[in-house]
Design a protein around this ligand. Structure first.
Ligand code: PEP
Length: 253
């Protein structure tokens, strides 16, 4: 059975005191997670030790990084490597968020290198893909997303691809309050799964968790997560409010 995941992306938000308060509230709220469910918190890198300490001993709860460098070590001032994160206890790293693709000009080829670096140290890439508004309006989103997957992931073996979590995030829905309808989410998630099935076979494709991201909140999570090919969500804004994110975790099917 593939995993159902609620992943929080705090982005570059919160002071240390605010982060501590939010983590305390999340710990107190004790969301219920089944055996095949996970809650993942991608906090700013500087708060990773705090989050690890606060969330220690919580079953199926993990602390993630929002990015890493593609190289293992070296003269890359200001950067953090996947193996450094792993040495702290981080097992999941977001790769290719649309904000990194846009503001840091991360290319598909670079993202392939980051995915390789993360898998090399036995951690889990949470690989983001998704189209801008113009592509959605032209109704070419399937081809656009398929190219992102091909260019950054299809060099992987079947053994490695099932270690990757996919986050489909239409750019027009991120932080805008506009959510894809549950039917739109299901359509493209099914298409993404069919791309994996064509490349790796149905059995492998059915093992891959595909999360939806884009203005998920407590009020719409249950409906989106109930779609057969939606295995949870990657959540920005609503993950900064403990009651909202706890409800989103509880909406996992
Ligand atoms: C995100 O940043 O990955 C995201 C989906 O943000 P939001 O939930 O705020 O749209």
């Amino acid at each position: 059975m593939r995993k159902q995941i609620a992943a929080a992306n705090w982005k570059m938000n919160l002071s240390l005191a605010q982060a501590e308060t939010l983590l305390n509230e999340l710990v107190d709220s004790s969301p219920t997670l089944g055996a095949h469910q996970e809650a993942i918190f991608a906090v700013p890198a500087i708060y990773i030790p705090l989050a690890l300490a606060k969330l220690a001993n919580k079953a199926n709860v993990f602390v993630a990084a929002q990015n890493c460098h593609q190289k293992e070590a070296g003269a890359y001032t200001g950067e953090v490597s996947a193996s450094m994160l792993q040495s702290m206890g981080v097992k999941h790293i977001i790769v290719g968020h649309s904000e990194r693709r846009e503001y840091f000009t991360e290319s598909d080829a670079l993202l392939a290198e980051k995915v390789n670096a993360i898998l090399a140290i036995h951690s889990t890439p949470i690989f983001c893909c998704g189209e801008p508004l113009a592509i959605r309006e032209a109704e070419t989103q399937n081809a656009f997303v398929e190219a992102q997957l091909k260019n950054s992931l299809f060099h992987l073996s079947a053994e490695d691809i099932i270690k990757v979590v996919i986050a489909y995030e239409p750019i027009w829905a991120i932080g805008t309050g506009k959510t894809a309808s549950s039917a739109q989410a299901q359509d493209i998630h099914a298409y993404i799964r069919s791309c994996f099935a064509s490349k790796y076979g149905e059995v492998v494709a059915n093992e891959i968790s595909i999360l939806y991201g884009g203005s998920v909140k407590a009020s719409n999570a249950k409906e989106i997560f109930s779609q057969p090919d939606v295995d949870g969500g990657l959540v920005g804004g609503a993950s900064l409010v403990a009651t909202e994110f706890t409800a989103i975790i509880n909406a996992l099917s």
